[in-house]
Design a protein around this ligand. Structure first.
Ligand SMILES: Nc1ncnc2c1ncn2[C@@H]1O[C@H](COP(=O)(O)OP(=O)(O)OP(=O)(O)O)[C@@H](O)[C@H]1O
Length: 835
């Protein structure tokens, strides 16, 4: 990313740079013109831009030629010589369009240059051959044909290679022609007739081009949106805090304050440097190197989800770290997210949202702190503070039901956690006991923002689809998809459905004149226009879903408070109120929709009337739900709406907190009090609050690339009996799901052999076995021919800008960032840059 921005800056500099001294010295005077010719001065003004073009052309010619060490004849230095050039240029320019010519085809920097192997948009033309440069050097001031259209992926396509060759031939012949013409009229800029260009063959775009173009567009929009965001950056927040601390500290002498400021600058500089190192490492890791093994050692697996695994890891670090002597190797929880699965499920928007939320919540004491985010070719990594007390569901499972006072404590902490997310203008949308983790001190922190949403376009999957499919449509490239697509493609209904989906996506993300004012720019338009229909997406865990979410209605942050009431009920009664014994999720959702008739309190255990009153107050349709009156009043303020226009008020549990049941809760001091349960841990890597059973019973997330060869398989099974070899080979040929994998493992457990051999065979199946995969949501990833290439490209290019590193001040520093200092004041994260 860093290198990429440099590339862009370089290009901009090149265009904006003032003429060099040499160029200035050679500046011509205006050609003489007759006083009587009244039209001439205005024509000169009209042609001003053309003159600038001619000047730039000349300057480019001079500077590029010198850079390439091509011996060019020195530019005409006499004012009269130059005057003739510009005079002719102006006269000609009245009749024909001016073309900016290059002395030689200039190699453009790669669009995404941080990893040449990833997205390498090579310039079409190779460096000029000696013959070509001969032509150039002989007639440097003679105009050349313009470079014409650039085929971005000529190196990937045989067809486009041929096209490129033809195009280059055309250019050569045109150049020769121009030279011949030029020789009769030395030092005269001659525009190229348009007709020559029309003959140049159209470049043949491939799917690789489409993916790269879309990746570049997405990256640029997201990157510049971050850079131009008006949100406070973590760094500016830290600076404000330091300044405030220095003002408030009356004991410090002025010289001491200066010293503190200096050390602040030093630590910030160190932080920037280390962040840059991390970005470079991440970029290198995209070439296939495992980024984690050199930096972290795995201690244990803590949890597993549809995304991949969460592991307990220990930082390796340098034992001889001179800058940080005696540095203790810290323990972290590392969430490893398999890119391929996520891309097949079209989860890019959610993954970006999760990372962006955690970045924006830097410093919050109620959100699981993110230490770093990075990626390699196969995985995304979120390194977080380790919460040794496990999740709140674990506590519920251990105790089954909690007493009212204990429940009150935890629900109060959950309320503060959710208010924190709402203060940042995010709706969590998946509030459940598993998503509250218990820290070493016993306090709760909210986690798992995989479904959280702030309505920002960069967190909306259809934004990514729009960029890809709009390019495809523009280029008229057809994607067949899989056999089901092909079959469905023949039905009118399916074609209509696809067209409607595409039209909906286009409506949200493509600029249209009715809503766009040219002066505001595309990013502002995106931020303003937002994604109103997203406020309706049905996400979450059914038992905890609010009725408006189940219905797919327009919902807002009040849906999170409904889920809190469900947890409150669950803590006291040992089960959730709407869970259906039969009929599965569908029936549970029906129970929620009919809550007025299905909701009730069991007789046992006995729960206070006050508490029941609170629960009843929240288990209501959103308009009458207890939380904050501001929702009912609907204060129209952009600062209280997310990007999708949904209301998200900060401190929006005011009415819940004011309920009589919470009378004895000291909200402001809660985080300083001792919780009812403090994890009994012997060391920071103690994991006894996590399942004993190793939850890795799924396929390895490290195996990717071409399938193993028969020889490789034979080699791996060599130590085993032939019969076992046949059974194991059968297990890896057919794709199977996690349930079947468990059956296979049980079968292996029944083999008569040593435990070591059994473990080996289980590892063999996990490594070489194929997971039964869901049908990808994206048609491109369903197409048998295109999918492998597209997936590889997306693994490399879809998560650019993911890297983040939290500021870690020196242990002795008096300023410690804004961590654990209460609520973060910032409003949103979508525009927040990773420091
Ligand atoms: N920082 C952490 N410290 C300790 N354990 C953690 C941490 N983060 C996650 N875990 C453990 O990993 C489990 C899964 O993590 P997470 O909640 O992020 O996944 P998930 O998105 O809920 O998975 P899914 O949605 O597929 O169920 C958690 O329930 C918890 O047990």
């Amino acid at each position: 990313m860093g290198r990429y921005s440099c590339t862009m800056a370089y290009e901009a500099d090149e265009v904006l740079e003032p003429p060099t001294n040499t160029t200035r010295a050679a500046l011509p005077r205006y050609p003489p013109y007759s006083q009587g010719d009244n039209e001439r001065p205005s024509k000169i003004r009209k042609q001003g831009s053309k003159l600038v073009s001619a000047l730039r052309s000349f300057r480019n010619s001079a500077s590029q030629a010198s850079a390439a060490e091509v011996s060019l004849p020195s530019p005409p230095s006499s004012p009269s010589g130059m005057g003739r050039i510009f005079s002719t240029a102006l006269l000609k320019g009245q009749l024909e369009p001016t073309v900016v010519h290059r002395t030689q085809f200039k190699g453009r920097p790669n669009v995404i240059s941080f990893d040449k192997g990833i997205i390498e948009l090579t310039p079409e033309s190779s460096p000029p051959t000696s013959a070509e440069s001969g032509i150039n050097s002989a007639k440097s001031s003679v105009p050349r044909p313009s470079t014409g259209k650039t085929s971005l992926d000529s190196k990937f396509s045989a067809k486009s290679k041929a096209a490129s060759q033809r195009s280059s031939d055309t250019k050569k012949s045109v150049a020769k022609q121009a030279t011949a013409e030029g020789s009769s009229n030395e030092n005269v800029l001659t525009p190229i007739a348009e007709v020559e260009m029309a003959e140049a063959p159209e470049p043949v775009p491939t799917i690789v081009t489409v993916e790269k173009v879309a990746a570049a567009k997405i990256f640029l929009e997201c990157h510049y949106n971050e850079l131009t965001s008006r949100e406070l950056t973590p760094r500016s927040i830290r600076r404000k805090q330091l300044e405030l601390a220095l003002v408030q500290d009356t004991t410090l002498l002025p010289a001491e304050k200066v010293g503190k400021k200096k050390s602040w600058v030093r630590y910030e500089t160190d932080h920037l440097r280390e962040t840059r190192v991390m970005k470079v490492r991440s970029a290198n890791a995209l070439k296939g190197k495992d980024i984690t093994t050199s930096r972290y050692e795995v201690v244990k697996v803590l949890g597993k989800g549809s995304f991949g695994v969460v592991r307990l890891v220990r930082e390796k670090g340098d034992d001889d770290d001179l800058r940080n002597p005696g540095h203790k190797k810290e323990i972290f929880a590392m969430k490893v997210i398999r890119k391929s699965d996520m891309l097949r499920n079209s989860q890019e928007g959610h993954l970006r949202a999760e990372r962006d939320f955690l970045v924006s919540a830097e410093g919050s004491q109620w959100v699981v702190p993110l230490i770093a985010a990075f990626q390699d070719l196969n995985n995304l990594y979120l390194v977080m503070d380790y919460m040794p007390g496990g999740d709140f569901l674990g506590l519920l499972i251990r105790d089954n039901v909690l007493s009212e006072p204990v429940t009150k404590w935890y629900i109060a902490e959950m309320i503060l956690c959710i208010e924190e997310a709402h203060a940042l203008r995010w709706i969590h949308r998946d509030i459940k006991p598993d998503n509250f983790l218990i820290s070493a001190s016993g306090h709760l922190k909210i986690s798992d923002f995989g479904l959280a949403f702030d309505g920002h376009w960069s967190h909306d999957q259809s934004y990514y689809n729009y960029h890809r499919y709009s390019v495809l449509t523009k280029l008229g490239i057809n994607v067949e998809g899989d056999s089901i697509d092909r079959k469905e493609g023949r039905t009118v209904a399916a074609a209509m459905k696809l067209a409607n989906t595409m039209a909906g996506t286009k409506e949200r993300h493509q600029i249209h004149s009715s809503s766009y004012e040219a002066s505001e720019g595309i990013l502002n338009w995106r931020n303003r226009y937002a994604n109103r229909s997203l406020a309706r997406s049905v996400v979450g865990t059914s038992q905890y879903m609010a009725p408006e979410v189940v219905k797919g209605e327009l919902y807002d942050a009040r849906c999170d408070w409904w889920s809190v009431a469900v947890i409150l009920y669950e803590c006291l009664y040992g089960h959730t109120p709407f869970l259906a014994d039969e009929g599965g999720r569908q029936q549970t959702k029906l129970n929620i929709l009919n809550h007025k008739s299905t909701f009730g309190f069991p007789h046992k255990p006995v729960v206070s009337k006050r508490c029941q009153d609170l629960i009843r107050g929240i288990i209501q349709e959103k308009n009458t739900r207890l939380c904050s009156k501001r929702y009912k009043q609907g204060q129209p303020s952009a600062s209280h709406q997310d990007y999708a226009g949904r209301y998200v008020y900060p401190h929006d549990a005011e009415d819940i907190k004011a309920h009589k049941w919470f009378k004895d809760i000291q909200w402001d001091l809660l985080h300083q009090m001792i919780p009812p349960f403090v994890p009994n841990i012997k060391s920071m890597d103690d994991t006894h609050y996590f399942d004993e059973e190793d939850p890795i019973s799924d396929f390895s997330d490290s195996h990717s690339g071409p399938p193993p060869t028969a020889k490789e398989i034979d080699e791996a099974l060599k130590p085993f009996h032939r019969e076992i070899q046949v059974i194991m080979k059968n297990h890896i040929v057919r794709p199977c799901d996690s349930m079947n994998l468990k059956k296979v493992e049980r079968e292996i457990d029944a083999f008569v052999m040593t435990e070591e051999h059994k473990e080996y065979l289980k590892a063999f199946v996990r490594h070489y076995g194929q997971k039964e995969r869901k049908r990808p949501r994206d048609r491109l990833l369903r197409d048998r021919d295109l999918a492998p290439r597209v997936l590889e490209l997306r693994k490399r290019g879809a998560f650019l800008g993911y890297t983040y590193r939290r500021f870690r001040p020196h242990p002795q520093a008096t300023f410690r960032g804004h961590r654990n200092q209460g609520s973060v004041a910032s409003t949103s994260s979508a525009g927040k840059r990773a420091v």
